[in-house]
Design a protein around this ligand. Structure first.
Ligand code: ADP
Ligand code: MG
Length: 242
C-alpha cells in the first residue's frame, strides 16, 4: 500500500484550474521530486496533501486512510505529515527549542519534558545541540532551515513534504540542508519535495514527476526524465531551465 495516494485531484482558485485530475502515488521510503514551471501547482499539491487547502474533487489517502473525507480531523492528519516551506519557517520570538516543541505541546498535548527530550536528541543528530536556547536570528539561513526540518520531524511523521526548502538559501548554505535531506532518505523517510533545482532533484529523488496543466504528465527516475524526456512539454521545460 502506498504511503500517499492522490486520485483525480482538482483544485480551482477563482476560476483558475490549478490541479486538474492529478494522480500521484508515493511508496514507503520513496523520495519523489515535483518539478514544473512556476505556477504549475507544486506548492498547491503539497498544501492539499497537508490539508492546508481544501480540494474541489478527488481523494487523498495516507497509509490507506481517506484524509479528505468529510469530518476528518485535520490536526490529527498533520501530526502524521511533516511540512517545510521555502523560508520564514521559524517563529522569531521563540528559541529553537520552543519553536520545535510548540506544536507538539499546544496542538498535540505532548508532555513538555518528553517533547523537549526528543527535540534535543534530533538537534544533536544534526549537529545543532548547542543552538537549543538560541533565537532564530542568531542562526544562519541553513541552520534555520535545518531547525525547521527538525521541527517537522518531531512527531515522527510518515511523510515529509518539502517545498523549495533550499531556494531561499545562499549557495554556500544549500549543502548542509541537502546533506540533512540525504540523511533522512538514508533513514528511510518517505518524502515529496517540490524544487526548481534540478541538481537537487537529481541527487535525492528516486522519481521525478513533471507537472503541467494540473497533472503529472511525465515521471520516472531522474536519469531518465532529465536524460531522455519523452514528452515535448518536458523537453521544452528542461531546455529552458538547464
Ligand atoms: P508552484 O508552486 O508550482 O509555483 P503554486 O501551487 O504556488 O505553483 O501556484 C499554482 C497556481 O495557483 C498559480 O497560478 C497561483 O497564482 C495560484 N494560487 C496558489 N495559491 C493561491 C491562492 N491561495 N489563491 C489564489 N490563487 C492561488
Ligand atoms: Mg511553489
Amino acid at each position: 500500500m502506498p504511503v500517499l495516494s492522490c486520485r483525480s485531484l482538482r483544485k480551482v482558485f477563482a476560476g483558475n484550474v490549478v490541479l486538474d485530475g492529478l494522480d500521484l502515488d508515493v511508496a514507503e521510503h520513496e523520495v519523489v521530486a515535483l518539478i514544473g514551471a512556476s505556477g504549475s501547482g507544486k506548492s498547491t499539491l503539497l498544501r492539499c496533501v497537508n490539508l492546508l487547502e481544501e480540494i474541489d474533487d478527488g481523494t487523498i489517502h495516507l497509509d490507506g486512510d481517506h484524509i479528505t473525507a468529510p469530518g476528518t480531523d485535520a490536526d490529527r492528519v498533520r501530526q502524521r505529515i511533516g511540512i517545510v516551506f521555502q523560508a520564514y519557517n521559524l517563529f522569531p520570538h521563540l528559541t529553537v527549542l520552543d519553536n520545535i516543541t510548540l506544536a507538539p505541546r499546544r496542538v498535540h498535548r505532548r508532555d513538555r519534558a518528553d517533547a523537549e527530550a526528543q527535540a534535543r536528541e534530533l538537534l544533536a543528530r544534526v549537529g545543532l545541540a548547542e543552538k537549543a536556547g538560541a533565537y532564530p536570528d542568531r542562526l544562519s539561513g541553513g541552520q534555520q532551515q535545518r531547525v525547521a526540518i527538525v521541527r517537522a520531524l518531531v512527531n515522527s511523521p510518515r511523510l515529509m513534504l518539502l517545498d523549495e526548502v533550499t531556494s531561499a538559501l545562499d549557495p554556500e548554505l544549500v549543502g548542509e540542508v541537502l546533506t540533512m535531506i540525504r540523511d533522512l532518505k538514508a533513514d528511510g523517510m518517505t518524502m515529496v519535495l517540490a524544487t526548481h533545482e534540478m541538481s537537487f532533484a537529481r541527487q535525492v529523488a528516486d522519481r521525478v514527476c513533471f507537472l503541467d496543466g494540473g497533472r503529472v504528465i511525465e515521471q520516472g527516475p531522474p536519469e531518465r526524465v532529465f536524460g531522455a524526456p519523452t514528452e515535448p512539454r518536458t523537453r521544452q521545460f528542461l531546455r529552458r531551465i538547464i
